[in-house]
Design a binder for this molecule. Structure first.
Ligand SMILES: [Zn+2]
Length: 294
């Protein structure tokens, strides 16, 4: 549970556990800003080799103090064993349901983001403009799941149609830092493709966007948590990367438009070769853009 998406999945459960108030809660996370608004949490520094996580560990640490993992004697309970909010990456069951089984919530879960952060100067060009965040298709080092990516041309086409309709498009990636964009980089109006945005800025960018276009990954979850319209473009590895597993009834998915491959991929491996062709992709993209135009 180290990535942004994992932490978004964990947030509703951390809120619930903190609210249950069973002793102090120590949370090991590389994205403490996601838990800023939850009281009584002690943030513990994680180990991670993912560059974007490392960057945020440094960034947060400039103004905050990381805590060590609690030791026996630090807490009231006699037995103190860490419990991991986690799911099995290869298990095709819904992600939230998997966590739910381990941490049955007492209160109603809400899938969201913490309250807004101050406006970043990086976004002055966007002030007063209608813009859509676009997550280009990327591959990540040491993360063998290129099968889940959609065909890059659908993302590029969505970018073109949105720009023609008068939206600014903003591309977000962490290229060069263990991440590489697949295919030609779409022509974005504003680019943050080399990890320029801090994590709070990234949250803010999503929160205020008029819409989001993303393949499987944190972009989809961030859009849903921020309650923004999402064009979700799916690829293969369909046993794991499909709307029924990634989304859950605790999420408000009323603004999600799914574009799914015509022939669903039944596999859960990162390397299958299934066809990701989406029949009538362009009309779907136009539908999404028409709805955004309102
Ligand atoms: Zn497949």
């Amino acid at each position: 549970m180290v990535g942004i998406g994992d932490n978004l999945y964990a947030r509703p459960f951390v809120k619930d556990i903190a609210r249950q108030g069973r002793g102090r809660v120590s949370l090991m996370t590389g994205f403490p800003q996601l838990f800023d608004d939850i009281r009584g949490i002690r943030i513990v520094k994680p180990q991670s080799s993912l560059p974007y996580v490392q960057n945020n560990i440094r960034f947060w640490g400039e103004k905050n103090n990381w805590r060590g993992a609690p030791r026996v004697g630090d807490v009231d309970s006699e037995k103190m064993e860490p419990r991991f909010i986690s799911y099995v990456p290869e298990n095709p069951e819904n992600v939230i349901d998997q966590i739910w089984a381990k941490f049955p919530p007492k209160y109603q879960l809400t899938f969201d983001l913490p309250s807004p952060t101050p406006t970043s100067p990086a976004f002055r060009q966007l002030r007063g403009k209608r813009y859509v965040v676009i997550r280009p298709v990327v591959i990540r080092e040491g993360f063998g799941t290129s099968a889940r990516n959609p065909r890059p041309e659908y993302v590029a086409e969505a970018n073109r149609v949105l720009r023609r309709a008068g939206f600014l498009t903003v591309g977000v990636a962490n290229a060069g830092d263990g991440e590489a964009i697949v295919g030609d980089t779409p022509e974005f109006d504003l680019k943050f493709l080399n990890g320029e945005l801090s994590f709070p800025e990234l949250m803010e960018l999503f929160r205020v966007a008029d819409g989001v276009v993303s393949g499987p990954g944190f972009g989809m979850l961030m859009a849903v948590a921020a309650k923004r319209p999402l064009l979700a473009i799916w690829g293969a590895r369909g046993a794991l990367d499909n709307p029924n597993r990634i989304f859950h009834p605790i999420m408000d998915t009323s603004m999600v438009q799914n574009m799914l491959p015509t022939v669903p991929c039944p596999h859960s491996t990162g390397e299958c070769d299934c066809d990701k062709y989406i029949h009538r992709a362009l009309p779907s993209i136009y539908d999404f853009v028409e709805r955004l135009k309102g």
